[in-house]
Design a protein around this ligand. Structure first.
Ligand code: PGA
Length: 256
């Protein structure tokens, strides 16, 4: 795992954006895994500003709320359209999110997995992390081998997301999310975390044991993970000086 600590969320986002831009330029038909929430907002703004060519990319989002239509202002379909897709040259069929209105949820989950596979798998998967260590909506005790499926959100996640819905009661209880096994098949995972409320989850994910109590810790089993942090999110890492030192010693050919 490569840990990149920057003074601010803006600086960490810039560093991540340089990587995304490079992948998009070097591989114009890449399959990208995308995320929602507060964390990737700045990254999407930065990528839009770079005026990259999205015309041949394919995207798969991690998750969607069950019961929200694509037009619902809190649906992830809406989030992605407003914050990224309507600002870049990507067309409908290349954009994939789970269908939160599907009648048969297991069939929809299987369809989503099949589609990722048919696209050749995900090249670069963007991830945020929940305060409890969830990635996608894989809550604590999710199987580390899980595939795309229905999950029931924890009260804590519903509390964390109440800020988007106005109240906790308005946050849906069920979601469709890629599984941890699905995420681990992406060829490169990039995790972004900003702010002091993520520090404990980040420390557990990077330095704790691999455990379903911190689903992001499963990333320790992945051969290629880059974690971009601001100082606040890095605060509880025991080896943060070592990660800084590694970053400073990077050979020129490894830098973006
Ligand atoms: P956030 O959510 O980016 O809104 O903090 C992260 C997550 O729940 O994965």
């Amino acid at each position: 795992m490569e840990i990149i600590i920057q003074p601010t969320a803006e600086a960490a986002t810039q560093a991540a954006a340089r990587w995304f831009a490079r992948v998009i330029r070097e591989n114009p038909t890449a399959v990208l895994g995308l995320a929602t929430g507060g964390t990737p907002l700045l990254l999407y703004r930065e990528l839009v500003a770079r005026q990259l060519d999205w015309s041949r990319l394919t995207t798969f989002n991690l998750d969607e709320y069950i019961g929200l239509s694509p037009q619902h202002p809190q649906s992830y379909h809406h989030f992605m359209r407003e914050n990224l897709f309507r600002h870049v040259n990507i067309s409908g069929p290349q954009v994939n999110l789970p269908d939160g209105l599907a009648n048969a949820i297991p069939a929809e989950c299987e369809r989503y997995e099949d589609k990722i596979r048919a696209a050749g798998g995900i090249e670069l998967q963007l991830l945020g992390i929940g305060t409890d260590g969830h990635i996608g909506f894989n809550e604590q005790t999710s199987s580390l081998a899980s595939r795309t499926r229905i999950k029931t959100l924890t009260p804590r996640t519903r509390q964390d997301n109440a800020r988007f819905f106005g109240s906790e009661a308005a946050v849906p209880q069920h979601v469709i999310t890629m599984g941890i096994g699905t995420i681990l098949e992406a060829r490169h995972c990039v995790l972004l975390a900003f702010g002091a409320n993520k520090a404990r989850a980040v420390a557990g994910a990077v330095e704790g044991p691999v455990t379903a109590m911190n689903p992001a810790s499963a990333l320790q089993l992945h051969p290629r993970v880059t974690v971009y942090l601001d100082e606040a999110a890095a605060a509880e890492l025991a080896l943060k000086d070592y990660y800084r030192w590694v970053f400073e010693q990077k050979p020129a050919w490894q830098t973006v």
